[in-house]
Design a protein around this ligand. Sequence first.
Ligand SMILES: [Fe+2]
Ligand SMILES: [Fe+2]
Length: 474
Amino acid sequence: MGINYAEKIPNNVDLSDNRTLQRALERWQPQYQAWWRKLGPEGLMDNDVYLRTATSVDAKGWASYGMVKMPDYRWGIFLAEPVADRRIGFGDHRGEPAWQEVPGEHRATLRRLIVTQGDTEPASVEQQRRLGLCCPSLYDLRNLLQVNVEEGRHLWAMVYLLHAHFGRDGREEAEELLERHSGDPDKPRILGTFNEPIDDWLSFFCFTFFTDRDGKFQLMSLAESGFDPLSRTCRFMLTEEAHHMFVGDTGIGRIIKRTAEVIAELGTDDTVRLRDHGVIDLPLLQRYVNFWFSSSLDLFGNDISTNAANYFANGIKGRPDEGRFEDHDCANALYGVERPAADGKGLETEDVPLRNAMNAVTRSAYIKDCEIGVKRWNRLLRRAGIDAEITLPSPRFRRTIGPWAGLHFDPVGKAMTAAEWNGRHDEFLPSEGDRAYVTSLMRRVVDPGKIAGWIAPPDRGVNAQPLDYEYVRL
Ligand SMILES: [Fe+2]
Ligand SMILES: [Fe+2]
């Protein structure tokens, strides 16, 4: 199914057959563009950028590359191909035909889920808007902007669903998606992580590794939804999301590679000496990992959740890769969830109805996925002969949601008193000094082929272009 680019809003949903919907979306479009110009990547609206755009949703056509000025990017509505006779795959409605329209009784729930997902997309663009002013290379700048335009498209994906299936409420929600802003004290974004500033590239790489990966798991769960338009939308978004995590994964890998080179050169991993040489020492990287991993874990919600149970029971939101599981009903199964022990010391495992533990199930799949990337980074260190490792902190560390919220644990999960925590906080999380140091490294490098001193060059360019290709014309 090709994408119709002749229309104002490129789409593969036959938008022109529904004039009312088309007009409503065409009214939202200039508001979106005004938002993009105001809160999209700063200082880069008039430059040509080497971006990929989807021209069809199949494997061949979805990534075609060319020079585009970002405000002219063809944001559109692309749904993955329908699956013939698709059925709901889990919960109480299992085996019934998937819904093409929103069932009345699930309307409020689905709207809330779509709005919450939609809100994260422009939020991340807002969080990242100043990174172009301190990029380590043109290659990285281009990747940032690719991520940004695709998050913009993900907003379009959710706004389409709101407009097409939720009537007037949906149109109002679509407007509000452009009215809340990341970090705005009066109208913040819905989820905490999406109000954290991302002013340096180390945070950006951590965000794309850890927080975009949360996005991947949310999209995988929604791709299982019995509401078929949502499923199809999320399936196509997942193809784009993979690149965002690639940016984070390779970004941190390249930082590690560069640091390892300097450790070998100097024959020491002394933090002060490494900082004198302008690279990111591994303990500092670890503190950023601790920060973003723990923040992202909160995005999965409470370990025990009646909402999650209802989503599952009603066929609204499944588990990532639902097809891999044997039991798609889960009404009688139990799942062990860790919580603080009743005597106040240590922890215990409580068996809860599996449906209520779906957030914990998804979170544990997410943690496994994070571990794969961390292993790759540690392989780089081992190969460089460095006896150090990056580790994921314990899921109990620095949580604000779930059974561990408000309690204090060190990164290996050992309980601490509040006083101990306050005294040792800077060992675990980026300190003022760390942040100031990282900020001092953030100097803009934009000569084609040149790269900042704190990060190694990538293994290869974008779409088989050379590394010194002019990915952004400044
Ligand atoms: Fe996204
Ligand atoms: Fe993303």
